[in-house]
Write a protein that binds this ligand. Structure first.
Ligand code: ATP
Length: 562
């Protein structure tokens, strides 16, 4: 797909001269109380290029793009647009120049239609009202240019998938005369085929002369989509304008982290997963109820003369667990020390399964057992009491107390432990929470900082630290590394494996297949709410999983969902 036309430059300014950058940011600094988020950063972006902005969590990427979007005022530095100094006093001022930003957390109004969102507050809206027929026609044209003519401009934005909402956000950007688009982790919520479409959109935009500033923690994307790379580290530019296609990933990682990150995935302790399913099987082969015959790393390997080893009790069992319309009857056992991955496309029921196990959704049939004991359905407190912990996909809305300090976010599920005769021992609470946060290298190392002021990756670490402190038996991880940088990812993977080695059972959902295959011992592959394959992670590769999740999806009508 390629947009049919290059959205023309704003009437007030001409195109940059030959070799002249479209945008130059020079010596940009920005401090928040107690933090120097940006310390003299330089960035230049040329028309028609994809300029990747990389950096660890908290490096300053979001702050820099908020300065560019007119949402933050810098304390020092200069911004030039086509060679002329400008002050971006507000988002409207940035938009007036043709600078659009697509944030990670899309700022769409869910109950309004796609067209209304696209033209909300638009200069083309009359007296504040969006003329609906015109808006729909114009929106349909832009959606077509974005390769998504099937999206109905009249549909409420809240009814679209994550990918659809992102397209709506891009349509809004393109409804203006855009010259530079900032995309903040645009691939984070997308399936592999949707990422392909995103890359086509980026190529179409740059081909038409629009500049794209692209932020991602997925380094393999940089080579595919990027022209040049600027690396931020601790609020400074560690490198500027590197060639995206030829700079070695290892070198970029070293610039980002100040060290080499060699082994992404920790070594598995077991040669075979501890559960009963070390073998590979498709659903057709699976018995309707699981047969517990585990050879486990927790029990010694039997010698020919030894007595049979006792069968360990699964930490978590799903028996016929069902949610009509979301996922079909599901049976699995998850053993202490095991990491079980759920692989499938967005919408395959992965997150719904985790939330149902955790009691946040009530099953329509079936049950969950923890250590062999049935769990009260649809009750989060019962699940937490039984030793379950969930790190949800939407951490901001579902897990974090945004206005509370880091230490309270970490300790909130363990508060009774710090209660002394009805009083909360704040010093003990704060100190324990700080230790848990430090174990995850949460930055900054300040337990009193409101969690809303942390970078996205560090917010994720706060959620994980909560369950680390609580010491749960079963950890449910939904997209645990979304927004987490490459160095912290390796730390998180090592941590999850360490927890498993200490006997925690982990149920893992991730859109990133290498993550599921690299971290899990065993994998259930889901398609449209059904398990289509179960087997050892080591026996699977990405192609095989993609074949399994894609096969037949075209001929499965929506109404066929379980
Ligand atoms: N509104 C704010 N108030 C206080 N501190 C802030 C605020 N916004 C950002 N910070 C701090 O500024 C630093 C840079 O944060 P920023 O969000 O720019 O990082 P980032 O590179 O985008 O990280 P991530 O990859 O995790 O999104 C961090 O230490 C963060 O805690």
């Amino acid at each position: 797909m390629a947009p049919e036309r290059h959205p023309g430059p704003p009437a007030s300014s001409g195109p940059p001269g030959p070799g002249e950058p479209l945008l130059t940011m020079h010596g940009i600094s920005k401090s928040f109380p107690g933090v120097r988020a940006l310390d003299g950063v330089d960035l230049d972006v040329t028309a028609g290029e994809t300029h990747c902005l990389l950096g660890q969590n908290g490096a300053g990427k979001s702050t820099l793009i908020k300065v560019l979007a007119g949402a933050h005022q810098p304390d020092a530095g200069e911004i030039r647009w086509q060679g002329t100094p400008v002050v971006l006093k507000s988002p409207a001022a940035a938009m007036g120049l043709g600078i659009a930003t697509i944030y990670q957390e899309l700022d769409l109004v869910e109950h309004l239609s796609v067209a209304e969102n696209v033209f909300l507050g638009h200069e083309r809206a009359t007296m504040g009202f969006v003329r609906s027929r015109e808006a729909r026609t114009a929106t349909a044209a832009i959606l077509g240019r974005l390769g998504h003519p099937e999206i109905d401009p009249g549909a409420p934005v809240g009814s679209l998938s994550a990918a659809g909402q992102q397209i709506a956000s891009m349509a809004r950007a393109l409804s203006h005369d855009v010259r530079l688009i900032v995309m903040d982790e645009p691939s984070a919520a997308l399936d592999p085929d949707e990422v392909g479409n995103l890359f086509r959109i980026v190529a179409g935009l740059t081909g038409a002369g629009v500049a794209v500033v692209y932020i991602s923690h997925r380094l393999e994307e940089i080579r595919q989509v990027g022209d040049r790379v600027t690396v931020l580290k601790d609020g400074r530019a560690a490198a500027r304008g590197l060639a995206a296609r030829t700079t070695a990933t290892r070198d970029i990682v070293t610039l980002m982290t100040g060290r080499t990150v060699e082994h992404t995935f920790p070594v598995r302790q077991h040669t075979a997963p501890p559960g009963p399913s070390a073998t590979t099987a498709t659903t057709e082969d699976r018995a309707p109820t699981p047969t517990p015959a585990p050879a486990t790393a927790l029990t010694p390997t039997p010698t020919p003369t030894s007595v049979p080893t006792p069968v360990p009790t699964p930490a978590l069992t799903a028996q016929g667990l069902t949610r009509r319309g979301e996922f079909a009857p599901l049976d699995f056992d998850l053993y202490p020390g095991e990491i079980l991955g759920l692989a499938g496309l967005v919408g395959s029921g992965r997150s719904e399964i985790l939330e149902t196990v955790f009691g946040a959704r009530r099953p329509t049939a079936g049950r969950v057992l923890v250590d062999g004991r049935p769990l009260r359905p649809g009750s989060v407190p019962a699940a937490v009491r039984a030793g379950l912990g969930l790190a949800p996909e939407e951490r901001k809305s579902q897990a974090l107390l945004l206005l509370e300090p880091v230490h309270r976010n970490v300790s909130v599920s363990s508060l009774p432990r710090f209660s002394r005769a009805g009083w909360l021992d704040r010093a003990a609470e704060r100190s324990a929470a700080r230790t848990a946060a430090r174990n995850l290298s949460l930055r900054p190392d300040d337990p009193d900082r409101p969690v809303r002021t942390l970078s996205g990756g560090n917010q994720q670490k706060a959620v994980l630290a909560r369950w680390l402190l609580r010491g749960c038996r079963v950890l449910l991880l939904d997209e645990p590394t979304r927004g987490v940088d490459v160095g912290a990812r390796a730390e998180l993977y090592a941590l999850v494996r360490r927890l498993a080695d200490d006997g925690v059972a982990v149920l893992l959902v991730s859109s990133e297949l290498p993550e599921v295959l690299g971290l899990a011992d065993r994998v259930l592959v889901l398609r449209e709410g059904r398990v289509v394959h179960e087997g050892s992670a080591a026996a699977l590769d990405e192609h095989r999983v993609l074949d399994l999740v894609m096969a037949g999806s075209a001929d499965t009508a929506r109404g066929d969902r379980p």
